[in-house]
Design a protein around this ligand. Structure first.
Ligand SMILES: [Zn+2]
Length: 182
């Protein structure tokens, strides 16, 4: 995985697409926390679940179905007062889905480990994208605090930081143009 910090930063960038009438701070926290959840699957190692198992690391919790279920549940629990069928309601579910899914997508760009089980439980193969420039972060804190940790942050600054700034700038420019038109 990229580092936890990077996952959280990428997810929180989606708040730029916040629908009207949705509380900003609550949505920002939710979008920052959701991309951290998929890696809770490492708990499975303690219970003897193998990496390559559908419930193993980068398995079900990194899938499209998991992101969908999580998005619907988070909307129901955290934004109860916003009607589900309304534009803001659908917007929240979509943003929560994208935020959770961003984790698996970034993992599929990393250079080590097994691929991501995007289609679990329907199909158990693991996938990487053909281009994998992102350095895999060690799962342990000790491993991360080694010299390699700094190299990884530098690598993420380039391969995730630059697209992140480009995305944020584009959204802000488009929003400003649209606002001027109305
Ligand atoms: Zn992961």
């Amino acid at each position: 995985m990229p580092t936890v910090i990077t996952h959280a930063v990428v997810g929180s960038a989606l708040v730029l697409l916040k629908p009207h009438d949705v509380p900003l701070r609550r949505l920002l926290i939710v979008l920052a926390v959701l991309p951290i959840i998929p890696d809770l699957d490492v708990i499975g190692f303690r219970f003897g679940i193998a990496y390559g198992d559908p419930l193993g690391h980068r398995g079900f919790t990194h899938s499209i179905l998991f992101a969908g279920i999580t998005a619907v549940l988070v909307k129901a629990l955290m934004f109860r007062n916003i009607p589900s069928g309304s534009k803001p309601g659908i917007g929240i579910v979509a943003l929560c889905f994208l935020s959770t899914m961003s984790h698996g997508v970034l993992d599929a760009f990393t250079d080590a480990g097994l691929g991501v089980g995007f289609f679990i439980p329907f199909e158990n193969s693991r996938y990487f994208f053909p281009w994998r420039p992102i350095a895999t972060s060690p799962l342990s804190v000790d491993g991360f605090l080694s010299a390699r940790g700094l190299n990884i942050l530098a690598n993420e600054a380039i391969w995730i930081g630059i697209p992140f700034v480009a995305f944020s700038t584009t959204v802000l420019i488009v929003k400003r143009i649209l606002r001027r038109k109305t």
